[in-house]
Ligand binder design. Structure first.
Ligand code: ADP
Ligand code: ADP
Ligand code: ZN
Ligand code: ZN
Length: 937
């Protein structure tokens, strides 16, 4: 076999890359690592992927080619051995609000196909299968009968009262002579029309006795059956000896006309299939239980019903409480302790008392009064559609079922598409692996069946078995969404391609990393090159090839530090990564855990999968929340703790608070709560690090004070690219222009007028110490600190950026080009910039802050955390990284599993005690880390 050519990159100079030469073995599993900002993405995405895509487009269409002359080719001398490139990114596709786990993985498409091909429509009335018959179907039955069989071919007669005679006359004229009524054959001419009223009447079309099954019989029966269907308006009855058979060429049974299963009928994205009530959104605007009963730990007596609190409306509450003894309603029981029947009673009411539904109805009836309208709007919110239960399909689509051949434990005899949609991946996987379909169905749909099974298996393998198939894509985290895309790529099994992934281990517990590696290796083994930007130890160990970019970030990086195997890097002298991996350098374990006495408690947390848990969050220390993916960390911290605390300290979060009983503890100590995520600090190219830190205002002031500005009457606003005046008019200060392409991602090209400088010529002529405003924006933070030495107002505002390790970032680098980790540290810089502040005690919440971070960066991040705590603040982190966990003062471990089998508090205490906890999946990884390091230190 010929050996694959290597992918060879020569002279790469994109962003900070220093003219580097890199070789990647084709067909390998390669990990690219290095500190944040060292140039990994510049190499992998902006050079390799960009060029791969450019060549791909070039080979595709002439329309695209006309733009290629202007499309920036990455700054690289040449690349050879390049294959079509596919990037699997962490972006959550929020563009389509209807996209779900099952649609984005194509599972839904296959399910639709499966049900349309082999689904049987079962009448909800009789439980019988609905079938559509043709003349041929009926003829076949007739031809199968024994010789001498008596056959009557009948058409159903509709006798309208008062018109009996007219009907009979019409048939006589048409040449029919007989009727079949009550088991008797009657001559039409001799029938008294009135006698037919209320009886089952048929028109006798033909009478056959089978003698020879020849062509003559066939053609006569065919003619008769055709007229029977015609006269019976689509139905036809055939009496064979004593048995009456009923056929319909419409899709009807039990007096109901059914829809013929088709893909459109089973699509919620199609008006034909969408639930009529919610139009396929799965949600409707209705009265929101959570708004009506915000504190579910209160009883009706204590006033759990929010709208029954005001002076006027409290009549409803008093009335309900007074009458409750008559029907044993526990008015003193907390709302969340009520059973379904009792809750129903509160909502539906009964003959004696009005419930909430009636209350809201009365508000609606009086909604011409403004105060009632306002009141109503306060309790309206999105709720699950009552008709489709969130499956978004019209109700009658549920009559279409997959039918099993044999009884299997835990597998229903038949199942509707909706029931599958409401399963999670694990449950659906179980179903498809155990169900025994009818053989003929399996022949038709075997291929589709395998596609569904494969995709479910891939989802499990990337650690997403707990996800509901109906889960909206825009509620997934970036890591979950990337792993879904990875599973989907496996499903489409392309080969000979180059797959590029950005930290696929995000959001994944170390327990599941091995399975993810297995998936990446599968992708490689089916004949692809897999290139992954990663910092995870296990992932690097598993790689064929390890590339280290660095040594530092920005201008301090951009070199190829190492390119070889894992074993080789362990002893490499230059690579910082190698030093960490071999424990020659490490993040020190704190010698002592901070003690704490104050805390905030959450009780009765029950949102999503949380099992009514009670958790203490200590104040003024660092707490780490851990657990496998799907165990409930995000739900606890971001959906309950964060908004509840926000509300408790009297500010508004805009977040809906997840179900819980109470938040209590030392609330008075907390002045603020901040969620520091990795979201961009600004969505457009118009914000950048110094606008975020408000340092740009001072720089514009400085420029407007210059003599040349005074003569030209230039104000600070002339040095802004956000308002008209000084900015380039062609690109409105963007520096580049976007060209929409019909069939591919938008093209972004530098503005032809200002050449990307964003400002008009006359503005660029104004210089301070030799630099114009565009030059200033290109300075790095480190350079700017030097440049503004004599202008402390500016230097002081920029300094925190240097402290959090962002000295290499350009002042004007658009926020949308900053990595998530960089954006996060810019946010931290704003807080560290503020003075020492016991009075402004802030609780900081971080969700996987180590995303995109190298060991070296994590060290810096931990430094920031400690700085915040030293200033008297509290840090709470959701994290899988063992270096962070071992550095925490306190750990809250959730689980043990993801989804329904998770949501319990497995452990709370110090890292040392967690390492001893047998129930926790986090424990073994932490233990290994603590022991390994203890041995080295
Ligand atoms: P990594 O992926 O290793 O974190 P990047 O390749 O994203 O690093 O960045 C390398 C350097 O290039 C950093 O200094 C970064 O700020 C800079 N950079 C990244 N994208 C852009 C861009 N679009 N324009 C200018 N500089 C950029
Ligand atoms: P973790 O943060 O530990 O990965 P999550 O709190 O995100 O876990 O999820 C816990 C459980 O709740 C999982 O089963 C998850 O699928 C479910 N879940 C989370 N968010 C939603 C949502 N918006 N809608 C439905 N289910 C959700
Ligand atoms: Zn609906
Ligand atoms: Zn311009």
């Amino acid at each position: 076999m010929a050996k694959n050519k290597n992918i060879v990159i020569k002279g790469a100079r994109v962003h900070n890359l220093k003219n580097i030469h890199v070789e990647i073995p084709s067909g390998s599993f390669t990990v690219v690592t290095g500190v944040s900002g060292s140039g990994k993405s510049s190499l992998v995405f902006d050079t390799l992927f960009a060029e791969g895509q450019r060549r791909y487009v070039e080979s595709l269409s002439s329309y695209a080619r006309q733009f290629l002359g202007r499309m920036n080719k990455p700054e690289v001398d040449f690349i050879e051995g390049l294959a079509p490139a596919i990037a699997i990114e962490q972006k959550v596709n929020t563009r389509n609000p209807r996209s779900t786990v099952s649609t984005s993985t194509e599972i839904y498409d296959y399910l639709k196909l499966l049900f349309a091909r082999i689904g049987k429509t079962i009448s909800p009335v009789s439980g019988m299968e609905v079938k559509r018959h043709t003349v041929e179907d009926v003829l076949k039955i007739i031809m199968q009968q024994a010789v001498d069989s008596n056959i009557l071919i009948l058409g159903k007669l509709k006798v309208v009262k008062g018109k009996e005679k007219a009907v009979l006359d019409k048939y006589l004229q048409q040449g029919f002579a007989r009727l079949y009524v009550d088991g008797q054959i009657l001559k039409i001419a001799e029938t008294e029309p009135k006698a037919l009223t209320g009886k089952d009447c048929f028109l006798l079309i033909d009478r056959l006795v089978i003698a020879e099954k020849d062509d003559e019989l066939m053609s006569r029966a065919t003619d008769s059956l055709e007229s029977a269907f015609w006269e019976g308006e689509g139905t036809c009855y055939v009496k064979i000896n004593e048995h009456m058979l009923n056929f319909s060429n419409k899709f009807e049974l039990d007096g109901i006309a059914f829809e013929i299963p088709s893909q459109d009928f089973l699509s919620f994205n199609n008006p034909i299939g969408a639930c009529k009530t919610c139009e396929g959104y799965g949600q409707v605007i209705g009265i929101d239980e959570d708004l009506v009963i915000p504190d579910k730990s209160l009883s009706v007596y204590e006033g759990c019903v929010q709208p029954w609190k005001g002076e006027v409306m409290s009549e409803w509450r008093e009335d309900f409480v007074k009458k409750a003894i008559h029907f044993d309603f526990p008015v003193h029981r907390a709302y969340f302790d009520l059973n379904e029947k009792e809750k129903d009673l509160l909502w539906q009411g009964n003959a004696k008392v009005g419930g909430l539904n009636e209350f809201f109805k009365s508000l609606e009836e009086q909604s011409y009064k403004i105060q009632y309208r306002v009141m109503l709007s306060r309790y309206r919110g999105k709720t699950v559609c009552p008709d489709c239960k969130g499956t978004r399909l019209r109700k009658d689509a549920s009559y279409v079922k997959l039918v099993t051949q044999r009884e299997v434990e835990n597998i229903p005899h038949h199942i509707a598409l909706q029931e599958i949609i409401l399963m999670n991946v694990d449950q659906a996987y179980y179903y498809f692996n155990n169900v025994q379909l009818i053989d003929t169905d399996m022949k038709i749909a075997g291929r589709i069946f395998i596609e569904v099974k494969n995709r479910l298996e891939f989802l499990q393998r990337v650690g997403l078995g707990y996800l509901g198939l109906n889960r909206l894509s825009n509620t997934l985290s970036g890591g979950e969404s990337q792993r879904i895309n990875l599973a989907t790529s496996l499903g489409s099994s392309l080969t000979g391609s180059m797959y590029i992934l950005d930290e696929p281990s995000i959001g994944l517990h170390p327990r599941d990393t091995k399975r993810l590696i297995g998936v990446l290796k599968t992708l490689q083994q089916i004949g692809n090159t897999v290139i992954v930007v990663e910092h995870e130890d296990e992932m690097m160990k598993a790689a064929d090839q390890l590339i280290d970019i660095g040594p530092g970030a920005g201008t301090g990086g951009g070199e190829l530090v190492f390119n070889g195997t894992y074993n080789e890097i362990l002893t490499d002298e230059k690579s910082i990564t190698g030093k960490y991996l071999s424990n020659r350098v490490s993040i020190a374990i704190p010698t002592k855990r901070r003690n704490w006495k104050n805390s905030i408690q959450i009780t009765g947390a029950r949102e999503n999968n949380l099992k009514n848990i009670e958790v203490k969050f200590p104040l003024q220390v660092m707490t780490c929340v851990t657990g496998v993916s799907g165990s409930g960390k995000t739900t606890l911290v971001k959906n309950i703790f964060y908004p509840a605390l926000q509300k408790a300290i009297g500010s508004y979060s805009g977040y809906k608070t997840g179900k819980h009983e109470k938040i209590q503890g030392d609330l008075h100590l907390v002045k603020q709560i901040e969620m520091v995520d990795q979201n961009p600090i600004g969505k457009s190219s118009r914000s950048n690090p110094i606008t975020y830190l408000k340092a740009y205002d001072s720089i514009r002031d400085l420029f407007s004070e210059l003599p040349a500005s005074k003569t030209g009457k230039l104000k600070p606003s002339h040095f802004s690219f956000n308002v008209d005046g000084g900015r380039c008019e062609h690109c409105k200060g963007e520096g580049d222009v976007t060209i929409e392409m019909q069939f591919m991602a938008d093209l972004i090209l530098p503005c032809e007028f200002c050449k990307g400088k964003r400002f008009k010529e006359e503005i660029l002529d104004i210089r301070y110490k030799g630099l114009n405003i565009a030059d200033i924006l290109e300075l790095t933070v480190d350079e700017a600190m030097e440049f503004f030495k004599e202008t402390p107002t500016i230097a002081h505002k920029i300094e925190p950026l240097q402290k959090v390790g962002l000295g290499y970032v350009a002042l004007g680098q658009s926020s949308n080009t900053l990595s998530g980790g960089e954006a996060q540290r810019i946010k931290l810089a704003t807080f560290l910039g503020k003075g020492n502040s016991k009075e402004s005690h802030t609780v900081f919440v971080f969700d996987e802050p180590t995303t995109g971070l190298h060991f070296q960066d994590i060290k810096k991040l931990l430094f920031c955390f400690n700085a915040l705590i030293e200033k008297g603040h509290t840090v709470i982190v959701i994290e899988h990284n063992t270096d962070v966990i071992k550095s925490a003062d306190w750990v809250i471990d959730l689980g043990p599993e993801g989804g329904d089998l998770g949501g319990n508090l497995v452990f709370e205490g110090t890292p040392e005690d967690l390492a001893k906890c047998k129930e926790s999946y986090t424990s073994p990884f932490l233990k290994e880390k603590l022991m390994l390091q203890a041995a080295v230190q």
